[in-house]
Design a protein around this ligand. Structure first.
Ligand SMILES: [Mg+2]
Ligand SMILES: [Zn+2]
Length: 192
């Protein structure tokens, strides 16, 4: 049995967008996140956080800090009786990176490397997967593996909405927050 999943961007999608998140006291869940994630779980979806963290490449923080952030975030979610099934991050940047982090990798969104890795490691059914985020690179990461994507208007969402319209991607659903994202995804599943 293969599982349906929702891939979630992190910054601006489930936690506040604060630029480069470099300390745990800046980690704030956006309003309604535990409820939205719990609703998706109850609908049978596995949940994965898929995040570009070029702050590592830029030398602003290290990979250990990103892991600590994800453990902290997991504990916060657990307080609300909620969880995700995994975290994937890209520490690279093609031009700004230091040393081994300055590469054209396959994981930095809009590339779909992290999605494909999660699919492989967790036995996911790509045809039943969704990508959710607040930037064009999130939407394109989804489109680049042929899955459905939802733009959320938190974080950089307003800017991304203008870009979506300019570039003619009029088929991408737009949600004001994660609660609305969950409704769109669950409704679509029901229609099948
Ligand atoms: Mg984001
Ligand atoms: Zn990468």
């Amino acid at each position: 049995m293969k599982y349906p999943a929702v891939f979630l961007d992190r910054d601006g999608t489930i936690i506040e967008e604060v630029g480069y998140l470099d300390s745990l006291d800046k980690v704030e869940l956006l309003p309604g996140i535990p409820e939205a994630l719990s609703a998706l779980r109850a609908g049978g979806f596995k949940l994965f956080v898929i995040t570009n963290q070029s702050g590592v490449a830029r030398g602003l923080f290290d990979e250990t800090f990103v892991h600590e952030t994800h453990e902290f975030l997991s504990r916060k979610l657990k307080e609300f009786g909620c969880s995700v099934d995994g975290f994937y991050f890209c520490p690279h940047h093609p031009t700004e990176g230091r040393g081994r982090y300055r590469i054209q990798c396959n994981c930095r969104k809009p590339k779909p490397g992290m999605i494909l890795q999660a699919v492989k490691e967790h036995n996911l059914d790509l045809s039943q997967c969704w990508m959710v985020g607040d930037k064009m690179s999130d939407i394109m990461a989804g489109k680049n593996v042929g899955i459905k994507a939802v733009l959320v208007l938190t974080g950089y969402g307003q800017k991304a909405m203008n870009e979506l319209v300019e570039e003619g991607y009029l088929d991408v659903p737009i949600a004001k927050d994660m609660k609305e994202v969950a409704q769109i995804i669950l409704e679509s599943k029901k229609l099948k």
